[in-house]
Design a protein around this ligand. Structure first.
Ligand code: PHE
Length: 342
């Protein structure tokens, strides 16, 4: 076969092979085989050297023409394949605007928020306003004016995050009592003070360094311990169901006198005794008592004319009991597997 025929055969085969290509990955393979440095055209042209000087120019010219023809054909094919692939991609990725949208999963309120809202609602029905007080408090409001001077051993009941010498993250919602009384005196008061509190505590399944409390404060004429008990009883029934048993135990807080602890019959075992109530049949719901005369005076009320009750209840703890949650840390862990259950 002479060079001319070889070149013609090469051109024909090259064109045919090019026509058979359909995917862009195949393009470089073809290029290497026919036009590459070690490709078939190079092979054929190498034979030019063996030709006589008369034959060489014509064969060389022919070789060049074949090369250009194949290159042009390659470029056209390459463009055609890419265009086809682009069209295919566009049509398969096409957005069908008539399809129904993917549903957006709505979130819901956190268990603490829901519990708090229920507490607000119940006290709202009983005529209690909501009084908001700051989470960052002075030592004076958090301790001193609540009858807990610096030397008082009762300070040990509340380990504190200090901001500076005089400022703390409140350890309970009780300092709000002082703010509220100082603002409202000499008017009677009936408020709840819900909010977050902080204690410098070891974090365990039962205690977090942040948690919610709802404080209650009623100041008026002739307010008695029985008013406190009745209020607690009514709250417990609305919150946890009719016919709840309640019990009052003597306790100690520097800002109430007398001070009590309010327990309710365990809602899980109905007083039978279970793991949650440590087999006592009773659950602590609040610390409470009659507002201490010193505190009344600090708030601007004359204790000879005014009396009042106060209580402070946890929010997470009762929610834990109600839903059988065994670890308080879940409330702040932000694990959706937990949160979605409520
Ligand atoms: N502040 C108390 C506590 O954090 C609870 C309490 C509030 C007790 C009001 C009596 C009156 O434990």
């Amino acid at each position: 076969m002479n060079i001319n025929e070889a070149l013609e055969a090469l051109e024909r085969e090259g064109m045919e092979a090019l026509d058979a290509l359909s995917r862009s990955e195949e393009l470089p393979v073809w290029y290497r085989a026919f036009l590459g440095r070690k490709g078939r055209l190079t092979d054929v042209l190498r034979a030019l050297g063996k030709l006589s000087t008369e034959e060489r120019p014509a064969a060389g010219k022919k070789g060049n023409e074949v090369k250009i023809a194949l290159e042009n054909a390659f470029n056209d094919r390459q463009e055609a394949i890419r265009e086809a692939e682009l069209q295919a991609a566009l049509s398969s990725d096409a957005v069908d605007v008539t399809l129904p949208g993917r549903p957006v999963k709505p979130g819901h309120l956190h268990l603490s928020t829901r519990t708090l809202r229920r507490v607000r609602e119940i006290f709202g029905e009983m005529g209690f306003q909501v009084y908001e007080a700051p989470e960052v408090e002075t030592d004076e409001n958090n301790f001193e004016l609540l009858n807990i001077p610096a030397y008082h051993p009762a300070r040990d009941m509340w380990d504190t995050f200090w901001v500076d010498d005089q400022v703390v993250l409140r350890t309970h919602t009780s300092p709000g009592q002082i703010r509220c009384m100082r603002e409202r005196h000499p008017e009677p008061i009936r408020v709840i003070l819900p909010g977050k509190c902080y204690r410098y505590e070891q974090i365990t399944p039962r205690s977090e360094h942040q948690f919610y409390q709802v404080e209650g404060l009623a100041v008026g004429h002739n307010i008695r311990l029985t008013d406190l008990i009745g209020t607690m009883q009514q709250f417990a029934e609305k919150m946890y169901g009719e016919g709840r048993q309640m019990r009052i135990r003597g306790s100690y807080f520097p800002f109430t006198e007398p001070s009590v602890e309010v327990d309710m019959d365990c809602m899980l075992c109905k007083g039978e005794g279970c793991r949650v109530c440590k087999h006592t049949g009773w659950l602590e719901v609040a610390g409470a008592g009659m507002v201490h005369p010193v505190v009344l005076r600090n708030g601007g009320y004359d204790p000879d004319e005014w009396s009042g009750f106060a209580f402070g209840m946890g929010v997470e703890r009762p929610a834990m009991l109600q839903h059988g949650i065994e670890d308080i840390r879940y409330f702040y862990g932000n694990d959706l597997r937990f949160l979605r259950q409520f």
